[in-house]
Ligand binder design. Structure first.
Ligand SMILES: *[C@@H]1O[C@H](CO)[C@@H](O)[C@H](O)[C@H]1NC(C)=O
Length: 187
């Protein structure tokens, strides 16, 4: 009986030490646009100059490792969309759903202040691996920097920010097992 108690105790002790106390790392992903029969179908999301883009030739991010990687890597933590970096300073993606913002999407670095109506919380990845902000999807408008398409939140406006030829798309997340840590450029 005594022996059994002792072995039970040591069993409990070993399982307690084996269990990690820190939460698991959030899943990191890149984002691909799905909009069949369009120029942005299968385009990857890039981050540069405080904005998100499709078909941007070069992000010019400062990375540990593959500097030439053209797409941005993200994770969702507490409903916030964060650009992956192993550094302490976080870059977080915000949206502005106000009349002035018209669904503008951008990111801030560290404790920089948000635009007046900027919101960080509301991002989620659904069971089909698609990214949403509070059940709202994304839209991209052509003729942005270096021939890219600039990404906005799709608030149902035909011409967000006065841009024409915009296309709504499904933001499919693609899990990245070994993310590259980057700091993306700010305007
Ligand atoms: C990246 O750098 C190249 C070369 O300097 C420049 O032409 C391009 O506009 C830059 N792209 C961005 C998004 O900053």
């Amino acid at each position: 009986m005594k022996f059994q108690l002792v072995s039970l105790f040591s069993l409990l002790l070993s399982s307690a030490t084996a269990a990690p106390s820190s939460p698991p790392e959030p899943k990191t992903f890149d984002i691909m646009a799905l909009r069949s029969a369009s120029p942005i179908h299968f385009s990857q999301v890039s981050a540069a100059k405080s904005g998100l883009f499709l078909d941007l030739p070069a992000q010019n991010a400062t990375c540990k490792g593959d500097e030439s990687k053209g797409s941005a890597t993200f994770y969702v933590e507490n409903e916030e969309l964060v650009l992956y970096s192993s550094e302490g300073v976080k870059q977080k993606v915000f949206v502005d759903r106000s009349g002035m913002g018209q669904g503008i999407v951008g990111y801030i670095t560290g404790d920089a202040s948000l635009p007046r109506y900027g919101e960080l919380k509301g991002w989620k990845v659904d069971a089909d691996q698609n990214l949403w902000f509070k059940d709202t999807g994304l839209i991209a408008c052509p003729n942005s920097i270096d021939g890219s398409w600039k990404i906005w939140l799709d608030l149902g406006l035909q011409q967000p920010g006065g841009n024409t030829g915009c296309l709504g798309f499904t933001a499919r997340t693609l899990e990245i097992a070994k993310p590259v840590s980057c700091q993306y450029t700010q305007v």
